[in-house]
Ligand binder design. Structure first.
Ligand code: SF4
Length: 323
């Protein structure tokens, strides 16, 4: 349903006046550096990695909230990167995003019911004002904000963080999108409401037959919702495959480290933590060869000079010279 081909996003680094005068060449942060993957209809694809790996930029590129430097994004065979502004506006109803911070995503001066209804007005869904209001009430009930009249007329600051995120979910889903990007959608919420929101997303995904891109730094949550995952490191995908297979037997050293850090609920099953040494390198000046080599316990000489390509190993794709 969605195919991403060699997608790139390079952000220019601001130069100082001195650098301009000295004609220092323009440098770039390669936030997303040539990634490819597909998401099938009804699938939930988890994009995981530490902060700064390029996950959020990828999500925004896929909805064309930002323009790619290069690459293609096909949605049901339509090349989204080639749509004009007008075509994109009409097409956008198919894609929605649930941001991490619901407070920032909502207009503080707009009642939450009106905020949800606004999307229906923009896309001319629902006919009359009364019909639109009825649709909003039904959606509020569906995201468990009940009775809906109690929520429709409130402002974002008058409800809790968990309720605000339910409003953001309602606003996204009322347009009946086909594809939803959930960008760290539960990360900012209290631990007590995270599991409820995750369950709500799972229920809605099944009910509306949604295709999801679930962006998270927290691999523990992906096991409840993702069929497939892609692991990102410094703008590159280093491993892609079925969630269960990767989770049970990670092959890439970086994936191994991420999975070893997931807390084990059973105290009898102690896991050895493989914490990569050092910090994520500066993305303006990434290391040559495999970008993970300065932190990798298995690094070999070749890793310092030759960048590994993604290749198929046991039915999944891995970028590592060990395979
Ligand atoms: Fe480690 Fe080398 Fe594999 Fe990179 S290519 S993950 S440095 S073993």
């Amino acid at each position: 349903m969605i195919r991403v081909e060699n997608l790139k996003k390079y952000f220019p680094v601001k130069r100082t006046v001195g650098e301009i005068l000295l004609r220092v060449p323009q440098r770039f942060v390669k936030a997303v550096d040539g990634i490819s993957f597909t998401i099938s209809k009804g699938e939930t694809f988890g994009l995981v990695g530490e902060s700064g790996s390029g996950k959020t930029t990828t999500g925004r590129l896929m909805l064309r909230l930002i323009e790619p430097t290069a690459g293609k994004i096909f949605f049901e065979d339509v090349d989204v990167t080639q749509l004009s502004k007008d075509e994109l506006r009409k097409f956008r109803k198919n894609f929605q995003i649930i941001f991490q911070d619901p407070m920032a995503a909502l207009n503080p001066y707009m009642k939450v019911g009106e905020a949800i209804k606004h999307g229906l007005e923009i896309h001319n869904i629902g006919g009359s004002n009364m019909e639109r209001k009825k649709l909003v009430m039904e959606m509020l009930e569906r995201v468990n904000l009940s009775p809906p009249e109690d929520f429709y007329y409130r402002y974002p600051h008058e409800i809790s963080g968990g309720q605000r995120q339910r409003i953001v979910i309602a606003r996204a889903l009322i347009l009946k999108p086909k594809f939803v990007v959930a960008d760290e959608a539960i990360a900012m919420l209290d631990v007590s409401v995270r599991s409820q929101l995750l369950q709500l997303l799972i229920d809605l995904k099944n009910e509306f037959n949604l295709t999801f891109l679930f962006i998270t730094h927290d691999l523990a949550t992906t096991k409840y919702i993702c069929n497939k995952i892609g692991v990102m490191y410094l703008g590159k995908i280093v491993e892609i495959g079925k969630f269960r297979e990767i989770y049970n037997e990670p092959l890439h050293p970086y994936t191994k480290a991420l999975i070893s850090a997931v807390p084990e609920p059973d105290p009898k099953k102690k896991k050895k933590k493989l914490i990569p040494e050092g910090e994520v390198p500066n993305p303006i000046n990434p290391p040559p060869g495999c970008k993970f080599h300065p932190r990798c316990p298995f690094a070999m000489d070749i890793c310092k000079t030759v960048e590994p390509e993604l290749k198929e190993v046991n039915g999944r794709l891995i970028a590592c010279h060990l395979y």
